[in-house]
Design a protein around this ligand. Structure first.
Ligand SMILES: NC(=O)c1ccc[n+]([C@@H]2O[C@H](COP(=O)([O-])OP(=O)(O)OC[C@H]3O[C@@H](n4cnc5c(N)ncnc54)[C@H](O)[C@@H]3O)[C@@H](O)[C@H]2O)c1
Length: 271
């Protein structure tokens, strides 16, 4: 027996939250390419995306199903799990990708000491409590089967504080600072990753995090220049950079890996 099938996901059921966002279709395409059927989920208010629609057309309804659920709504998650089981069976893979990032908002920048609680809490609630509930509901079904792989999408900013010089060209007063709630929420995601990994290892479910750095997509030129200079590989990530690490964590290629954070950030934290 060789190792040529260790990345194979044929016939497996993968759930991806936040499927209509920027990174969702990257995860979808990676999983579909290696044979998984994908139960894609997003918020009821999320708009369908071109990239998602073209994947749906390419792979068809037998391989891709889209369901809407707010990850803060437990009843909606339970319903979504039922729908997933009806369509594709009990999930083998869960990609906890849905989250709130906080890009610069014209006219709404704050000095660190003035950030109001209502601006701080949403990212914590969705990125931590929402992810926790999805993991309980979908992961709960996986442990009953005694198998599965959960991948939590973290961030570079789970591990380091954002360098404010990367943002100081943005025209606003007070200067834009990457909101502290974002990194705090992602650091919590890494801890939950370890928590679930230690509890569910004996139940056959592995739980890991994948933490992208900057991913190319809509950033201004000055940000891209500064971020690339600051990164040993000299550029932001593209889809191909993320697909392999995801399939590695999803598949039996990582069968003895659990509780880790896999940084996919071009070496940003190496110096
Ligand atoms: N894009 C990047 O450069 C980058 C870098 C590092 C980490 N990440 C992380 O990757 C993940 C995806 O990022 P993205 O760039 O695609 O963001 P995005 O904003 O484009 O997509 C996020 C998706 O999550 C969904 N979502 C938000 N709140 C939800 C809720 N309550 N219930 C259900 N769905 C909800 C949104 O509708 C959206 O489709 C996030 O967790 C983000 O923090 C992104």
């Amino acid at each position: 027996m060789g190792y040529d099938k260790i990345f194979d996901l044929t016939g497996q059921t993968a759930v991806v939250t936040g499927a209509l966002g920027k990174l969702g279709p990257i995860w979808l395409e990676a999983l579909l390419s290696f044979g998984a059927n994908v139960f894609a989920m997003d918020h009821p208010d999320a708009k369908s995306s071109k990239r998602f629609n073209s994947l749906k057309d390419e792979y068809g309804a037998k391989r891709v199903h889209l369901a809407y659920a707010d990850i803060m709504n437990r009843a909606a998650l339970v319903k979504a799990l039922d729908k997933c089981v009806d369509n594709f069976g009990i999930p083998h893979i869960l990609v906890n990708n849905a989250g709130i990032d906080l890009p610069p908002e014209p006219g709404a920048s704050y000095a660190l000491e003035d950030i109001p609680e209502e601006k701080f809490m949403p990212a914590l609630l969705v990125n931590v409590s929402g992810l926790f509930q999805v993991t309980q509901v979908f992961g709960g079904a996986m442990i009953k089967q005694g198998r599965g792989s959960i991948i939590n999408i973290g961030s570079l900013y789970a591990s380091v504080s954002p360098n404010k010089a990367l943002y100081d060209h943005i025209d606003c007063e007070p200067p834009f600072i990457k909101p502290p709630a974002y990194g705090a929420s992602k650091a919590a995601v890494l801890n939950l990753t370890r928590y679930f990994a230690t509890h569910w290892g004996s139940k056959g479910v592995r739980v890991n995090a994948l933490s992208p750095g900057g991913v190319l997509g809509g950033q201004d030129e000055e940000f891209k220049r500064k971020f690339s200079e600051r990164t040993p590989l000299g550029r932001l990530a593209v889809a191909e950079d993320l697909a392999g690490p995801l399939v590695f964590l999803a598949s039996s290629a990582s069968s003895y890996v659990t509780g880790v954070n896999l940084p996919v950030e071009g070496g940003y934290t190496a110096w």
